[in-house]
Design a protein around this ligand. Structure first.
Ligand code: IVH
Length: 695
């Protein structure tokens, strides 16, 4: 080996010799990195490897001008970075829907076949891969060089962790081979192996530092270090499974692209299999579950993905997850412990939620001391009592749950649990509406718990996303009367905050600045922030898109209080808003206290109107379309998705506002109603001519 050869001492090297040496060292270290990190098969001892790196550093110190762009030392973010900047993802980083049993997987396949109009016999290749329990990253390569790395964040923007990622050894700083596009974003998971995690925790404890709860947290904590040198000292790994922006196509299907990713120097997600049909998919799942403990890293399920990218394109997305992929989760891990107490928490909508306080216990590697008991009926059904030994289960990131009481271990004299009928926070009556499982506090905003929870929701990440305004601050501001309603947040002054415990002039000003940053808000975020029951992000977006401005929304909802009104019919015709949500929305916008809060907010905020339906240049952009009857060339879901992509609004029922009704065969009442109202009725063929054939 080269390192056995007699070496010229660093201080005697000429400039030319130093340049040659640096090149040689870069190559040699990269070679050993690949053996160690990608093939798990090192050819030299750690000490020899360290000596190579040390020599490289010493030569660079003497000849700083000679440092190569691909120098091994560039993997050390020598400069501690000052906080993380943001990375905007040009293509969103999505999450996955979950399947918990075989039936969910069967339904996933059936849904795809229905959507695409594929018969049961038609072939459908599915890639199955282990689902790694780490954190996802997007790596941007330009001209083959790693130029940026971002965490998923909220999917649209994440943290810029480029300096830290450059220290992760088993991902290429330069893509290998030649056949890569000019721009390619490789996505995958950063993770830590179980053995490395235990070692790290031992070292942390020895150093008096906090131990990590599980390998996933350890990986996340290690990546989000402000000092990249700390990240470098942590044994992180990366597996590629997806991509973002690409300047040219990189293949026709996932299976093929996996090979390309590997050829560029990535570890691809293993184990994996190309499956046909449900049985092969489930077979793979069971095999992986059985072999799970032997894998060096934690996995929490299997991901199934439609292989063919053209089909993926047609399938598209719902909300934040693709229709063409799903995560099949492994069943939850369980353990037994003692239930010490039952505490009742009061949520944003007044719901009383029972929480089990437990004797701390490790379940699947995480210490659990609280778990949910769901609701009153569940406690009664399981007859869970204080003092019982209970079975606790954890499934992935989901909150741990109490499954059942262990019958033989019940203490004598225990009594069935009595659920409170008064709110433990404000003392108001807590009632159950007929047919509802939850008991709710009737105190409304006089209830501290509800008021504070609503404020917490208001500032949360998917709502106003006010940085630095944590739950404990909201609670403290509320208790001192500084913030009683959402608009109060925007009236805060630095002088209100800076003399409080834990605050200084600088941190107070930072908070005021981050509040000021959010004074302009999009309509959908505002709607979501209001915390109307049954109105999540997707519904908030639908409302914003349909009504455009806050004024129109408020006016129309007031009118919709009359169930006979056109406004009410219109609300109900929005595809994706059911009668339950509609009732909550109208109820919210007709309550005088809520209207006061909204009016107050309009005084301190600038609400951006939802952009007019995207002008996609298509003649159907901005039009409201209703599909009815059976279509011949595409399924109804696909037609609908395509119409939306072109900027049309798809409604579920016909009203005066409908522009087109597309009638397939056997179109019934909707076509009749369209004729009555004088709405244009199109045949499938006419629609396709108008919308342009797919592609
Ligand atoms: S495919 C459109 N494949 O799990 C998203 N994701 O719970 C494509 N994950 O967001 C993702 N292993 O961060 C895919 N083999 C795998 C994965 C995987 C882990 C992560 C990923 C995703 C999350 C969803």
């Amino acid at each position: 080996m080269t390192h056995a050869k007699v070496q010229i001492p660093v201080e005697d090297l000429t400039r030319e010799q130093a340049a040659r040496e640096l090149k040689r060292l870069a190559k040699e270290i990269a070679h050993h990195d690949a053996l160690y990190y990608q093939q798990d098969d090192p050819a030299i001892t750690d000490a020899d490897y360290d000596a190579l790196r040390a020599r490289n550093v010493a030569i660079e110190a003497r000849f700083p001008k000679l440092i190569l762009p691909n120098s091994p030392s560039r993997r050390v973010g020598a400069q501690p970075s000052a906080g993380f900047g943001e990375v905007a993802h040009r293509l969103p980083m999505l999450s996955l829907g979950n399947a918990f049993d075989d039936e969910d997987v069967a339904e996933f396949l059936a849904r795809i076949r229905r959507f695409l109009g594929l018969g049961i016999e038609a072939a459908l290749d599915i890639v199955a891969e282990a689902k790694i329990d780490g954190l996802s990253l997007s790596l941007r390569y330009e001209a083959g060089k790693l130029v940026q790395a971002g965490t998923r964040g909220d999917g649209a923007k994440g943290e810029n962790v480029t300096a830290n990622v450059m220290t992760v050894k088993d991902l290429p700083l330069r893509l290998q081979g030649r056949d890569w596009p000019k721009v390619v974003e490789v996505r995958g998971e950063v993770f830590m192996r179980r053995a490395d995690f235990f070692d790290l925790n031992t070292r942390q404890e020895a150093a008096g530092a906090k131990a990590f709860a599980n390998p996933r947290n350890a990986a996340a904590g290690s990546l989000r270090q402000l000092d990249a040198r700390v990240t470098e000292s942590r044994p992180l790994h990366f597996m590629a499974y997806h991509w973002g922006e690409v300047s040219e196509t990189i293949g026709a299907g996932i299976w093929e692209i996996r090979r390309r990713l590997a050829s560029w120097g990535f570890r691809v997600n293993e184990p994996a299999r190309l499956c046909q049909g449900l049985d092969e998919m489930l077979g793979f799942y069971r095999q992986i579950m059985a072999e799970r403990a032997e894998l060096p890293h934690d996995i929490d399920g299997v991901v199934y993905k439609v292989d063919d990218l053209a089909l993926q394109d047609r399938l598209g997305f719902v909300s934040r997850a693709p229709r063409w992929a799903i995560a099949h989760k492994f069943p939850a891990e369980r353990a037994q412990t003692v239930l010490k107490a039952i505490e009742i928490q009061v949520g944003r909508t007044g719901a009383l939620t029972p929480v089990a306080r437990l004797e701390p216990i490790t379940v699947g590697g995480v210490v659990v001391s609280n778990a949910t008991l769901h609701n009153e009926d569940e406690i009664a059904r399981k007859d869970v009592r204080i003092g019982d030994t209970v079975v606790v289960q954890r499934a992935g990131d989901v909150i741990p749950q109490v499954v059942e009481a262990v019958p033989g271990k019940r203490p004598k004299n225990s009594e069935p649990y009595e659920f409170p009928i008064m709110c433990p926070v404000c003392g108001s009556h807590a009632v159950r509406e007929p047919g509802e499982a939850v008991r709710r506090c009737t105190g409304g905003l006089i209830c501290a718990a509800q008021a504070v929870e609503r404020l917490k929701h208001f500032v949360s990440r998917d709502a106003f996303d006010i940085e630095g305004m944590g739950s404990k601050h909201i609670l403290a501001f509320w208790e001192d009367g500084l913030v009683k309603s959402p608009a109060d947040i925007f009236r805060l002054k630095a002088s209100d905050i800076e003399n409080r415990d834990g605050w200084g002039a600088k941190s107070a000003q930072n908070l005021i600045d981050s509040i000021a940053d959010r004074r302009t808000i999009t309509l959908d975020r505002l709607i979501y922030a209001l915390g109307v029951r049954l109105v999540g992000q997707a519904t908030a977006k639908l409302l914003a898109r349909n009504y455009g401005t806050l004024e129109i929304l408020m006016e129309t909802m007031a009118a919709a209080a009359d169930p006979e009104s056109a406004a009410c019919a219109d609300l109900l015709s929005i595809e994706g808003i059911g009668p339950g949500a509609a009732a909550e929305i109208v109820g919210f916008f007709t309550e005088s206290r809520n209207l006061e809060i909204l009016e107050d907010l309009t005084r301190v905020l600038i609400v951006e109107a939802a952009s007019a339906p995207r002008d996609t240049g298509s003649p159907v952009a901005g039009k409201t379309v209703v599909f009815t009857g059976t279509l011949e060339t595409v399924t109804r879901s696909e037609a609908k998705a395509r119409a939306e992509t072109l900027g049309a609004k798809v409604a579920g029922s016909v009203s005066k506002k409908t522009d087109y009704v597309v009638a397939g065969t056997d179109a019934g009442s909707k076509a009749r109603k369209a004729a009555e109202l004088g709405v244009t009725i199109l045949s499938e063929e006419e629609w396709l001519t108008l919308a342009g054939h797919a592609g």
